[in-house]
Design a binder for this molecule. Sequence first.
Ligand code: MN
Length: 199
Amino acid sequence: MKFELPDLPYDYAALEPHISARTLKIHHQKHHAGYVKKLEKLIGDTKRADLPLEEIICTSSGKEFNLAAQVWNHTFYWHSMAPGGGAQPTGALKSAIETAFGSVDELRKELAEAAIDEFGSGWAWLIATKDGKLAVTHSTDAENPLPTSNTPLLTVDVWEHAYYLDYQNEREKYVDALLDNLLNWRFATENFARIKRAA
Ligand code: MN
């Protein structure tokens, strides 16, 4: 197997009560695993499979792009959350947030709007440009910021499968619970330190 399902960075019950163990288990073992299996089936026995996943994403389209991006997006999403989350951004990241949004609260508001406004299935992102400026975006289906010069710092999965068992149609409640309780600022800080700086 060229492509493998990464373990979650925490137990299935670790994000309760905000995201149930049942949701997390199905999301990881069925949805994420499904993308891995389909990608393996599509290109596992070709030379493409030897490329780093990020390079596959940046050089593909159609089904290959969708599967590769969904594999990557889910791994990034698991790390965008942490049990207890909480710890507020500090240092250079905090300064960049204040420059771009005014405050962490205002960023939280924009991220919630992006997550709620994405009309169908997709993702909300906190990104950094190559100049180190922060912005909030959202993307449709499997799309992500990797093929651009921007660096993703955090993401929120707003496909219905991410919240339907826990919140049914109430995406807003899921987004609020995640943003208020689970955002992994340590992960965002690590990503911010690795942005694709302008040459
Ligand atoms: Mn998902």
